[in-house]
Design a protein around this ligand. Structure first.
Ligand code: M6R
Length: 609
């Protein structure tokens, strides 16, 4: 939640901060602001609304400086007003702070600061940091930030400037993302790499409880006691073009079309010449793989739908019992975990705080944690005992698309890997499924051809308020994902439901005007799903059937519309079936002139509980 950017170097800082923040708007976009240190001291400009509003404010009141920090906000504490927009200042205006996360003990800290005479000008938790730094005016800025980081509880990525040290930014991280970009005679910081990728490809991921002191010529990182810590710099492989729209009208559409490439990249190097699965980055002892007696999968949102599929895949192929949990619920049900438990945490961003809390809880009970993330060096990647990466490239649209399909592919491959390593499936069966997984880039490419059909179909639904997405077994997570996509970007009620469960209550909602989308690609359960769809038709629902190519005749009598996706064996067809539902949500939303890349009330990365 929230995007932060910082720059120190010879250029006008705004030239870096404004485009950087525009690239980070997916992290929050209810207000934005910048603070610059120039010849006239510290200048802060901030506005409620989107980056365009900040840009207009900066045009009417230009500010200058070659060192600055900027922020785009997703409100947690305090309404999305100009007063609550970041940066926040201390009483005399010599300190400016931006923050991503939550200072959990802010109320107590604020009371203490009020008692000692500090005056607050916002309702935010962040402002306490500015005043706590003000209290430490006798210390260097870096020492002051180190002390404040020890006092503040919760998730923090902060960047601070102070007028008496006008050549530097001091930043710190605990729990929220922070990356440094190292340039030639200039340095950058941001919540995410695309914010500075145009300027440098050399990035340093900052660990938790580290403080960074950055001038134009130097980057120093210490722990909270001031001890220097090693700096691991790496070169980013993808370029800025990958993070931009590339000719599509929206990031979401571009990312839907990138799925074949994303799957190809994700599979690269994972299958050797003989068809064996290899995860070179997975630092997991074979002994542990053999010893596991239970698997848990934890995730949120779309990643949870990938977890639902993982349960079917891992149970079917390894015969290990698998439990799945929405990450924010996991800790509270007192799950039975021990050193024979394998916990898979799925998070494309690798920064979702609920998922991080769930895996940390599992580790404390002795479980082994494997993280599945799209972001290299994310908190999930670093906290997990072992990590597997999807390689989707940056996903900017708030709605997860290519990161979801690559998660599905990776979890299928990981399920087969476990089966391979544990000898749970014969090598021939593993080999056949692996060969089919390698076909997925082509089958998804064919599924993309359905866009025109789906766009045409959705023109009828401009006024429709109620959608149901139904499926059984492997088709159920697809239905859930179809409903979530439609809800989040088109703002219509959409329920994902197990097809067989409708008759136990929700069927009373079916009447003329309700659109019911039945996903029936899994041959084990197709006939039963079809019977359930007949029940929906009998009550007046408009019926859309998603089936495998070749099965169209079987559903012709029930369906008002048929979407035929390329067939793939076993659970693999799920990957193909997701694609038309992404288009469906996309075209319902764009027909309503909605901003699909930045749906209201949402943020791409959810770093609050
Ligand atoms: O980064 P994560 O995969 O942990 O994110 C989890 C959810 O916040 C995310 O999938 C969310 O539901 C998406 N907006 C769905 O499109």
């Amino acid at each position: 939640m929230c995007g932060i950017v910082g720059y120190v170097g010879p250029r006008p800082a705004l030239d870096v901060l404004v485009p950087g923040l525009e690239g980070l708007e997916y992290r929050g976009y209810d207000s934005a602001g910048v603070a610059l240190i120039g010849s006239d001291g510290l200048a802060v400009t901030k506005t409620a609304g989107r980056m365009a509003d900040l840009v207009s404010a900066l045009e009417s009141q230009p500010v200058q400086g070659s060192i600055g920090i900027g922020h785009t906000r997703w409100a947690t504490h305090g309404a999305p007003t100009t007063g609550n927009a970041h940066p926040h200042r201390d009483c005399d205006g010599s300190v400016a702070v931006i923050h991503n996360g939550i200072v959990e003990n802010w109320a107590a800290l604020r009371q203490q600061l009020l008692a000692t005479g500090h005056e607050f000008s916002s309702e935010t938790d962040t402002e306490v940091i500015a005043h706590l730094i003000e209290e430490r005016a006798g210390l260097s800025l870096a020492d002051a930030v180190r002390e404040v980081m020890k006092l503040a509880e919760g998730a923090l990525a902060i960047a601070v400037v102070r007028t008496d040290e006008p050549d530097r930014i001091v930043a710190a991280r605990r729990g929220s993302p922070l990356v440094i970009g190292r340039g030639q005679g200039e340095n950058f910081l941001a919540s995410d790499i695309p914010a500075f990728l145009k300027h440098t490809k050399n990035a340093i991921a900052v660990d938790d409880d580290r403080v960074v002191e950055m001038t134009a010529d130097s980057v120093a990182i210490t722990d909270l006691d001031g001890n220097p810590t090693p700096i691991a710099e790496r070169e980013i492989e993808w370029d800025l073009e990958a993070a931009e729209k590339g000719g599509y009208s929206t990031f979401m559409l571009k990312e839907i079309y990138e799925q074949p490439t994303a799957i190809t990249d994700t599979l690269r190097g994972r299958i050797d010449g003989t068809g064996r699965i290899e995860f070179s980055e997975l630092d997991l002892d074979t002994k542990i793989v053999r010893m596991i007696d239970k698997v848990f999968v934890v995730a949120c949102g779309t990643s949870y739908h990938a977890a639902m599929m993982a349960k079917y895949a891992i149970e079917r192929w390894t015969r290990l019992p698998v439990e799945i949990d929405i990450a924010s619920e996991f800790r509270y049900r007192d799950p039975v975990l021990d050193d024979r438990s394998l916990v898979i945490g799925i998070s494309q961003s690798g920064e979702t705080i609920d998922t991080l809390a769930a895996i940390r809880y599992a580790q404390a009970q002795g479980a082994t944690v494997v993280g599945l993330s799209n972001v290299v060096d994310s908190a999930l990647a670093r906290d997990a005992d072992a990590v597997i990466y999807t390689r989707s490239g940056p996903e900017i649209g708030v709605a997860a698309t290519k990161t979801f399909t690559t998660q599905l592919v990776m979890l299928q491959l990981f399920g087969l890997y476990l089966a391979q390593q544990r000898g749970a499936l014969d090598p021939g069966t593993v080999g056949n499924l692996v060969a089919a997984i390698q076909e997925l880039p082509q089958t998804v490419e064919r599924a993309l051809k359905l866009e025109d059909q789906i766009r045409e179909m959705t023109t009828e639904w401009s006024e429709t308020r109620d959608f149901f997405f139904l499926g059984r077994a492997g088709d159920f997570p697809v239905a859930m994902e179809g409903a979530l996509k439609l809800k989040e970007i088109a703002y219509v009620r959409a329920e994902g439901y197990p097809a067989g469960e409708m008759k136990h209550g929700p069927i009373s909602l079916i009447e003329k005007g309700v659109v019911v989308i039945g996903v029936a690609t899994d041959s084990h359960v197709r006939a039963k799903t079809l019977s359930n769809m007949e029940e929906m038709k009998a009550r007046g629902g408009t019926i859309v059937m998603v089936v495998e190519e070749g099965d169209e005749d079987d559903v012709a009598s029930v369906a008002d519309h048929i979407i035929a996706v390329p067939d793939s064996p076993d659970l693999l067809c799920i990957v193909n079936a997701v694609v038309p539902l992404q288009f469906l949500a996309y075209h319902v939303a764009t027909a309503r002139s909605l901003d699909v890349d930045k749906p209201r009330n949402l943020a791409k990365t959810v770093t609050v509980e």
